[in-house]
Design a protein around this ligand. Structure first.
Ligand SMILES: [Ca+2]
Length: 231
């Protein structure tokens, strides 16, 4: 089973959303959109995870499209082979090599942002804390935040606080992971205080995800938005 399929199965299992239809007007016979299923009598909608391949946009600047690391999905993955983009000043965060993706969000709600990444160059001194991060911004989400338990963080430049530990700015989180020698699907922010990344959308629609390089030799295969259950 491919990773994406297994991810989807996990997503479908954990992300089943129960919806109570108040009246017929809420369920007016419109075609059920792709990615959603209704089961008779259960009034249940299942939102598939939304996965976008890194390589679905034009490869710009010092990004390289590669296929050497096994287990990638789609037609390859992107890796930044230009200069690292950290500690160059807040005003520069997220500008160099910025990739912009359009994402169809099928339903209002909160989505967890995860990313398939790989440390593509092993630093002999710090194997899992170098070549391990990337800039992430969901600029038109109604709320873009990171969360760990009750702790909620917002990127510098968003006008909201508190902000994560470590470098962040221009509305970008530094997304990082610390796993060697495999594709890893979880990404988070705030140094030594890992918070997962989320976006809330108040309406369905087409939205933007911006990804920009921070480390060099950090490989990026795809990203996924996972609908969260309403609590
Ligand atoms: Ca890919």
């Amino acid at each position: 089973m491919s990773f994406i399929n297994s991810l989807k199965l996990v997503g479908v299992t954990s992300l089943t959303i129960l919806m109570s239809f108040c009246s017929d007007s809420d369920n007016n016979g419109d075609t059920v959109p792709s990615g959603q299923q209704q089961e008779e009598g259960k009034e249940e909608l299942i939102i598939d995870d939304i996965t976008i391949d890194a390589e679905s946009v034009a490869v710009i600047e010092d990004w390289e499209l590669k296929t050497e690391l096994e287990g990638f999905t789609g037609t390859g993955y992107l890796v930044w082979e230009g200069p690292a983009q950290f500690w160059k000043g807040q005003e520069n965060i997220g500008k160099k090599g910025k990739l912009s993706y359009s994402v169809e969000v099928p339903e209002a709600g909160t989505y967890k942002f995860v990313m398939r990444t790989y440390i593509a160059k092993r630093d002999p001194e710090k194997p899992n804390t170098e070549h391990n991060d990337i800039w992430i911004k969901l600029p038109d989400a109604d709320e873009f935040f990171a969360q760990k338990g009750d702790s909620k963080l917002y990127p510098n430049g968003s006008g909201k606080s508190p902000n994560p530990a470590g470098e962040n700015g221009n509305g970008f989180f530094k997304g990082y992971m610390n796993t060697n020698d495999k594709w890893f699907e979880t990404i988070g922010t705030s140094d030594h205080d890992f918070h997962e990344i989320f976006a809330t959308y108040n309406a369905k629609g087409t939205y933007t995800v911006e990804i920009a390089p921070r480390s060099d030799f950090f490989a990026f295969d795809s990203f996924t938005l996972i609908k969260q259950e309403v609590k």
